[in-house]
Design a protein around this ligand. Structure first.
Ligand SMILES: [Zn+2]
Length: 126
């Protein structure tokens, strides 16, 4: 299952980050997900909850940011969201547009609590 692989990769990244911050607890992880990736976000959320359950990351929230498909027109230099796979430029009608977004699959952020018995937080604004 595609989503399980992604959830596992996200979790690996979270664990790597958590190891660098002893005493910190990761509360929330943000993921940017492009719409053309073919990833079912409900399935991804489900997989994520399943593989974090009863682990040290139980309760970790996966926050998925949806990234629509976007093309840029080389003729008028506008960027537009593609609806129904219509990639023609809505401004000038140019058909030779270039995909510039919508296939994202990347970590956006980690939200970390530094409430452990360690040094005072250095995680920036709270
Ligand atoms: Zn155009």
């Amino acid at each position: 299952m595609h989503e399980l692989g992604i959830a596992t990769a996200v979790l690996d990244a979270v664990r790597t980050e958590a190891r660098r911050r002893p005493g910190a607890r990761v509360r929330r992880v943000g993921l940017r997900l492009g719409e053309v990736g073919g990833v079912d976000r409900d399935a991804l959320t489900f997989c994520f909850e399943a593989i974090t359950r009863d682990t040290e990351l139980d309760g970790l929230v996966l926050d998925i940011e949806h990234c629509p498909l976007r093309h840029r027109c080389p003729a008028c230099d506008r960027t537009f969201e593609v609806a129904r796979f219509e990639t023609q430029c809505p401004i000038c009608g140019c058909r030779d547009t270039v995909c510039v977004g919508g296939d994202e699959l990347e970590l956006a952020y980690l939200e970390v609590d530094d409430d452990g018995p360690g040094t005072p937080g250095t995680e920036g604004p709270q």
